[in-house]
Design a protein around this ligand. Structure first.
Ligand code: GTP
Ligand code: SPV
Ligand code: MN
Length: 593
């Protein structure tokens, strides 16, 4: 690949990007325009500026070298789904799963907010590539932002800078993302997507999913729209390789809603009895999936870093993450100890003295770390980083796993009969809401394929597209559903979770190879307790029985709920999915008699 010499100015590399930057500068009136080259020197210089300006606090350099703390505005700590819009010409194309405003009206409202908003500020031009720079599956974008914090995060999370701009100049296409933190007034905060124009406008928030536009806005909402027209899938999925003692590696793609265990599963540490097993992380949040020429489904991770949930991370739950966030990490909204170490709930050592808002820590008033506090860290720091994370062609997927956070009903694991049944399983995912969005926490809501907040178009069309993609695959992945979050009456988790989840993944892989047995139930194939490897695990027979039970009465209610939900999407729901659902209902009915 030819590279432009260093002295070629970034602004001269793409006339299209430069013209758009001019247009935005006219509107926003910045004091200065800065084109990001993505170099280490640039990162260090920007970080220094933010430290000097007290926007970032350096952490204890002995125990956390290269780490900094960012404290956000207390009102700006999570995604804002009620302020997030998909602005298609035809309202029906955005679907009942999205908030919608007509594009013209949306532009008018947003441009009024952007007018003059960068006066006295620097406008940063951030060219980025989602996916390996040399992958045919990758897609580029440019984010214009007035937040240096966003620039630093984008540098970690994406392939950012000169090389991305070179690819844009070659491709001739890019997603335009315009962002300003504005005055952080929640009443003047909107995240708008224009899939037909491949553009995004985000105002009034500096938080991850609202402000790092390469992530959810581009790599899921805009990309899912593009994927539909181009025959692939953009999904809220981790990608993980499981290596057995024979050295065979199986790749799994797992869709769990926000804060439901993707990062943890993606870098899981095998239990002590699993000698010779290894886990390789390809991605922890987003997967772009393409049917390959050989009839299998291939996945790339469009990101290059992790923007992960901090609370709960410790050497026992997620040792890989715990180790990798001890250097060169940006922490957002955690507490501090007396000697300036970051502190969060779930740590077994250290004592917080300051909470995430910089106030003296008082457990009665606030947790030390905001429940959605996050770390930003390069994927290369992960001890389990997969060599294939940069492979231009991606990795072949053996199984797709849906999951949710359900204290009742959903068993530990079950397998779909075939692709169509699996699509129904995905469409029926429901999960208790978490702190990753600003709404109420702990409420069960429908979250099909973990994409409720992220599908950039009508779910009816989306399910039809899933069915079409499956039909193109000669060797479609097997589809499963898992639930690590079943609780007993006292609210205690029935399943130990974390590393022990490998026992379930092992059954899944064996099912893909036709090596494990199962029992056929009304909702799909479930393991018998003797089908799971439980050696060395302390779990009561009663807990196990509950984890693997199927209660037909409750499932009848569940399917009725799914039926009602699908009906919201009317004519756009594929007939084959409706038929599949009525057959599922039929099966639970007959399993009762
Ligand atoms: P997003 O980044 O928001 O998309 O979240 P995620 O899906 O990557 O979730 P993550 O792995 O960060 O986990 C979120 C929370 O769930 C953390 O507090 C974890 O400690 C907890 N968690 C993860 N896996 C398990 C598990 O197997 N069992 C239990 N009980 N909790 C888990
Ligand atoms: C999620 O909420 O699913 C996240 C964090 O991964 S954010 O980047 O804010 O979307
Ligand atoms: Mn996520």
């Amino acid at each position: 690949m030819a590279t432009a010499p260093q002295h070629v100015t970034l602004a001269s590399m793409s006339r299209d990007v430069a013209a758009w930057v001019d247009e935005v500068a006219q509107l926003t009136q910045p004091k200065k325009i800065y084109w990001c080259d993505g170099s280490d020197a640039e990162f260090v210089a920007l970080e220094r500026e933010l430290v000097a300006d007290k926007q970032l606090l350096p952490l204890d350099s002995r125990s956390f070298p290269g780490c900094v703390l960012s404290r956000s505005d207390p009102s700006d700590v999570a995604r804002v789904e009620h302020l997030t819009f998909v602005c298609t010409r035809n309202k029906e194309d955005a679907g009942p799963n999205n908030h919608w405003i007509a594009p013209q009206e949306a532009h008018r409202q947003m441009d009024a907010l952007f007018a003059g908003c960068m006066q006295g500020r620097t406008l940063y031009v951030v060219p980025y590539c989602m996916g390996p720079l040399d992958s045919p599956f990758s897609r580029c974008g440019v984010e214009i932002t007035d937040s240096a914090y966003v620039v630093l995060n984008m540098q970690i999370m994406t392939r950012m800078g000169r090389a991305a701009l070179e690819r844009i100049a070659r491709d001739g296409a890019f997603v335009k993302g315009l962002h300003s933190t504005g005055d952080l007034d929640p009443k003047r905060r909107f995240i708008m997507h224009f899939p037909e124009e491949l553009s995004i406008k985000s105002f009034g928030s500096g938080y991850g999913g609202n402000a790092l536009l390469g992530k959810k806005c581009h790599a899921l909402r805009i990309a899912s729209w593009q994927a539909r027209t181009e025959g692939w899938l953009a999904e809220h999925m981790l990608i993980v390789g499981i290596e057995n003692p024979q050295g065979e590696i199986y790749y799994l793609a797992c869709a769990f809603p926000s804060a439901c265990g993707k990062t943890n599963l993606a870098m899981l540490i095998p239990p002590a009895s699993y000698q010779g097993w290894k886990v390789w992380t390809v991605g922890d949040d987003i997967a772009w999936l393409h049917p390959g020429k050989d009839g299998r489904l291939y996945a790339i991770n469009p990101e290059s870093g992790y923007f992960g949930v901090v609370p709960g991370t410790n050497a026992k739950t997620n040792r890989n993450a715990f180790e990798m966030i001890h250097k060169d990490t940006i922490f957002t909204n955690v507490g501090l100890t007396a000697d300036n170490q970051p502190w969060w709930e779930g740590l077994t050592e250290g004592t917080p003295v300051t909470d995430w808002q910089g106030r003296p820590y008082n457990r009665a008033i606030s947790p030390a770390a905001q429940p959605n506090s996050r770390f930003t860290v390069s994927a290369k720091q992960n001890p389990s980083y997969s060599k294939l994370a940069d492979a231009p062609g991606g990795v072949p997927i053996s199984a797709i796993i849906f999951g949710g956070r359900r204290r009742a009903l959903a068993p530990l694991v079950y397998q779909a009969r075939n692709w169509l049944h699996g699509v129904l399983m995905g469409a029926g995912v429901a999960s208790e809401t978490t702190a990753a969005a600003t709404d109420a926490v702990g409420v069960v809501r429908r979250d099909p394929m973990a994409m409720k907040p992220f599908a950039g178009y009508n779910f009816g069309d989306y399910w039809a597209h899933w069915i079409n993609v499956g039909a193109k695959l000669k060797f479609p992945p097997q589809i499963f559903h898992v639930n690590w979050f079943r609780q007993d009456h006292a609210g205690k988790y029935l399943w130990p979770g974390y590393g022990e989840n490998l026992r379930v993944l092992r059954w899944i892989i064996d099912r893909c190879n036709g090596k494990a047995s199962a029992r056929d139930t009304a909702i799909g194939h479930l393991p018998n307790s003797h089908d799971l490897d439980l050696q060395g695990l302390e779990i009561s027979g009663a807990a196990l029985e509950e984890l693997l039970a199927v209660n037909p009465l409750l499932w009848q209610e569940e399917f009725a709920g799914i039926d009602k939900y699908l009906a919201e999407f009317g004519e756009r729901v594929p007939q084959s999915l409706k038929t599949e659902l009525s057959q599922a209902l039929q099966r639970v009915h007959s399993s009762q008699v």
